[in-house]
Design a protein around this ligand. Structure first.
Ligand code: A3P
Length: 297
C-alpha cells in the first residue's frame, strides 16, 4: 500500500471554529456547496467520540456483515474524512474526490452541524451522530495528540485548558457542538446515538443503525456485524487500527494505540479533582435545559 506523506496544514480558523492539522482548509471551504445524494451517509462525531466505531458498523451493514470484503480496504478509504485530503490516492480535498465516487458514498466528518453541506442540513442524505461523555473525550483526545505524529501536543493540563476554551478548542467547543446536533436529533435524516449506550448494547445499536439506513439484515448478518465491531475485533483489524498496519503506522504515529482502551470512565485515571469540578461547573451551566445526559462511568 502506498501512502503519501501528509502535507501538514497549520491550525486555522473557519467561521470561528478552530481546526487542527490533518484537516484541510480547502476541503472545509468546499463542504458547504458539496452536492449531496439521497443515499449519502455521513458518520459524524466530535473527535474521539466513537467515529471509527460507527464508521465500521455502517460500512459492515452495507457489506451485509461480510468482514472479508471490508477488510481488504482501509476504513479511511471506505469511509473517507470529508474535510481532509485523499492521502491514499489523488492528494485532492475529499469534497472534490467524492464527486466521482460511486453510490452509496459513506463519509465521516468532525464538523459542527452548521458547517455540514447545505443540502444535508436541508434533509438530503443521512447523518448518524455519535456523542460521548465529555470527560472521556478529553482523555482520549489528549492521548491521540501525544501519540500521533504532527498533531499539536502538550501536557494533559495544557490540552485540558485548550479544550475548555471556546476560542481555542479544536473542532469547536464541545458544549456548543454536541447540543447543536442534539437539537437536530428529531430531523428525518438524523440519528443521534451515544458511545456509552453502544457499549451497553452494541447489537441493539447495530439494529437501530441498520433500520435508520433502510437496510434489512438477517439475525445472522447482524450477529456478524456485531462480532466484527467489538473493541477487540476492531483493534486486531489492520484495516481499521492503522497502528497495526506497518505502512501507515510509521506515517501517522509515534507510540500510540489508535484503539486505546474503549472504556467508559477512564477519565477517573486522568482528571484532577479541580479539573473534574471545572468540567462539572461548565456542564451545569451549558447543558441546563438541553435535555441531553451522559453516563460518566
Ligand atoms: P479511547 O481513546 O478512550 O480508547 P474516534 O474514532 O472518534 O477517534 O474515537 C476513538 C475512541 O473510540 C477511542 O477511545 C477508541 O478506543 C474507541 N473505540 C473505537 N472502537 C471502539 C469499539 N469497537 N468499542 C469501544 N470503543 C471503541
Amino acid at each position: 500500500m502506498s501512502v503519501a506523506t501528509h502535507p501538514i496544514c497549520p491550525p486555522f480558523y473557519f467561521k470561528g471554529v478552530h481546526f487542527m492539522p490533518l484537516v484541510d482548509k480547502r476541503a472545509v471551504e468546499l463542504v458547504d456547496s458539496f452536492e449531496v445524494r439521497d443515499d449519502d451517509v455521513f458518520v459524524s462525531a466530535y473527535v474521539k467520540s466513537g467515529t471509527t466505531w460507527t464508521q465500521q458498523i455502517v460500512s459492515l451493514i452495507f457489506a451485509e456483515g461480510d468482514i472479508s470484503t471490508v477488510s481488504k480496504i482501509p476504513l479511511m478509504v471506505r469511509v473517507p474524512w470529508l474535510e481532509s485530503i485523499d492521502i491514499m490516492g489523488t492528494g485532492e480535498p475529499f469534497p472534490n474526490v467524492l464527486k466521482n465516487a460511486p453510490c452509496p458514498r459513506l463519509m465521516k466528518t468532525h464538523l459542527p452541524y452548521h458547517l455540514l453541506p447545505s443540502q444535508a442540513k436541508e434533509g438530503k442524505g443521512k447523518i448518524i451522530y455519535c456523542a460521548r461523555n465529555v470527560k472521556d473525550v478529553i482523555v482520549s483526545f489528549h492521548n491521540m495528540r501525544t501519540g500521533a505524529k504532527d498533531l499539536p501536543t502538550g501536557t494533559f493540563d495544557e490540552n485540558f485548558q485548550e479544550f475548555i476554551s471556546p476560542e481555542q478548542a479544536y473542532f469547536g467547543f464541545w458544549w456548543d457542538v454536541v447540543p447543536e446536533y442534539w437539537r437536530h436529533k428529531d430531523d428525518n435524516n438524523v440519528l443521534f446515538i451515544k458511545f456509552e449506550d453502544m457499549k451497553r448494547d452494541l447489537r441493539g445499536h447495530v439494529v437501530k443503525i441498520a433500520n435508520f439506513l433502510g437496510k434489512t439484515l438477517s439475525d445472522q448478518r447482524i450477529d456478524e456485524v456485531v462480532t466484527n465491531c467489538t473493541f477487540s475485533a476492531m483493534k486486531d483489524n489492520p484495516a481499521i487500527n492503522f497502528t497495526k498496519n506497518p505502512a501507515l503506522k510509521q506515517k501517522v504515529t509515534k507510540d500510540y494505540e489508535f484503539l486505546r482502551k474503549g472504556e467508559v470512565g477512564d477519565w477517573k485515571n486522568w482528571l484532577s479533582e479541580e479539573q473534574n469540578q471545572t468540567l462539572d461547573a461548565i456542564y451545569r451551566e451549558k447543558m441546563e435545559g438541553v435535555g441531553l445526559n451522559f453516563e460518566f462511568e
